[in-house]
Design a protein around this ligand. Structure first.
Ligand SMILES: [Zn+2]
Ligand SMILES: [Zn+2]
Length: 187
């Protein structure tokens, strides 16, 4: 079996960036392994684990993959409906089938949590490229799975990209208009 270092993977906090080449992405203390990630860092633990198992045939055991709180990011935690501000944490082993709220202790069946996440994930379909719709989707997702969940974070990322693309398009249009005005002055 290949080692973690051989795969150059360290999910949330890789120290290199492979685009356009392997560039150092943060300080690497002397003696620390050179690492990289094979998945988008905004995917939750289970989505990354499923992808790595099917496409790379290994289970990552880095600090983030072993942590249900994902180093405090709570990207996979789901909003608890029984208390204010609590989140349901995924079970620590695949054999367990209950998610538990770390604040109030509420137990929810894994199948129910997975259905919620699937429902949230489908909300973004059809809203891509439409900032107003994406904003509404982000609100719906926040109510369903919470503001930190990776599905919500992904929709927020799409919203920012859509807003920025719209501003860029508007700026290009204004520049073209200014060019046309300048051409008009000199003809
Ligand atoms: Zn990992
Ligand atoms: Zn709770």
């Amino acid at each position: 079996m290949k080692s973690h270092a051989t795969f150059m993977i360290y999910c949330l906090i890789p120290d290199t960036n492979k685009d356009p080449g392997f560039l150092q992405a943060r300080n690497i203390p002397k003696g620390e392994a050179i690492t990289n990630t094979y998945t988008p860092v905004l995917w939750g633990n289970r989505a990354r684990a499923a992808y790595l198992a099917s496409s790379k045939l290994f289970t990552c055991r880095c600090e983030r993959c072993l942590d249900p709180r994902e180093l405090g990011s709570h990207l996979s935690s789901v909003r608890c409906r029984q208390c204010q501000g609590g989140v349901l944490l995924p079970p620590s082993s695949p054999a367990e089938t209950v998610w538990q709220c770390e604040s109030c202790g509420e137990n929810v069946a894994a199948a129910a949590v997975e259905a919620m996440v699937r429902a949230a994930a489908t909300m973004a379909k059809g809203a891509v490229g439409d900032a107003e719709e994406l904003q509404a989707v982000v609100c719906q997702m926040t109510r369903l799975v919470g503001e930190c969940h990776y599905v919500t974070v992904g929709a927020k990322h799409s919203l920012v990209e859509t807003i920025m693309a719209g501003r860029l398009h508007g700026e290009r249009e204004r520049e073209r208009e200014r060019e046309r005005e300048r051409e008009g002055l000199f003809t």
